[in-house]
Ligand binder design. Structure first.
Ligand SMILES: [Zn+2]
Length: 237
């Protein structure tokens, strides 16, 4: 009888520990969530200075800033040109992209557009796939969503939906991605393109370093952005 009682108490103890650990985990996630919200709120306040609605309405198409705090203006429309590999870009950047690629090829560098224009639905699919991938890795739904959103732009906040941003990789039969990234870092501004997410600007752009993602702004602005070593957000501060 006494042994049974002891055993019963031990089970209760183990159960209590499990519950306590579980509650601690929930608390930990809540703290993380509140913290990230606080950080983001702060950044929204900063960005509103240069990006109210009137700002977006008055700005030229090539200088629109889209990031996680500044969605694409409503009713944004774009005329697209289809590339030979099926990717699409805003027709206005096409000649500049072509000129840049021709210049690269003349120097033995063979870039390709891996990803150009994306619809809102395609962006949503990419996000959903990423969330599912984390769930498959064993993440909870909540944590999978949070982690995926750190890496994938929310629909409506991806520059690819503007059609003036391109992910550029190498034709790997002829050179490496690193060859292409190095050439672009050195030369893209001459054709009006900027590295949109530099290594040391993650806090300001809200996006991790992406050596393949280039964004058209026009040569004049690209020269200045390149020379000052700043990112697009800083250009409007
Ligand atoms: Zn991209």
């Amino acid at each position: 009888m006494a042994v049974k009682k002891k055993k019963g108490r031990r089970i209760v103890k183990v159960l209590l520990i499990i519950v306590a650990v579980y509650l601690l985990m929930i608390l930990w996630q809540l703290i993380g969530d509140i913290y990230s919200r606080l950080v983001n709120t702060h950044e929204i306040e900063v960005s509103e200075e240069w990006n109210g609605e009137s700002y977006q309405a008055s700005i030229e198409w090539n200088l629109i800033v889209v990031n996680r705090w500044n969605p694409i203006p409503e009713n944004y429309s774009v005329e697209l040109t289809v590339l030979s590999n099926g990717q699409k870009v805003d027709s206005r950047i096409y000649p500049h992209l072509q000129e840049m690629f021709d210049a690269a090829r003349a120097e033995g560098i063979y870039p390709i557009v891996r990803e150009g224009y994306r619809t809102e639905e395609e962006q949503q699919e990419i996000l959903d796939d990423k969330i599912q991938a984390y769930i498959n890795e064993g993440y909870s739904q909540w944590r999978a969503e949070r982690t995926a959103k750190e890496w994938v732009a929310l629909p409506g906040t991806s520059e690819h939906q503007l059609g003036i941003a391109v992910d550029i990789n190498a034709d790997k039969t002829k050179c490496t991605n690193d060859d292409v990234y190095a050439w672009l870092a050195e030369n893209a501004y001459k054709y009006g393109f900027i590295l949109r997410y530099p290594l040391d600007k993650q806090e300001i752009t809200g996006t991790s370093y992406e050596p393949w993602h280039y964004r058209y702004v026009g040569t004049e602005d690209a020269y200045e952005i390149n020379e000052r070593g700043i990112c697009l957000e800083e250009y409007f501060e």
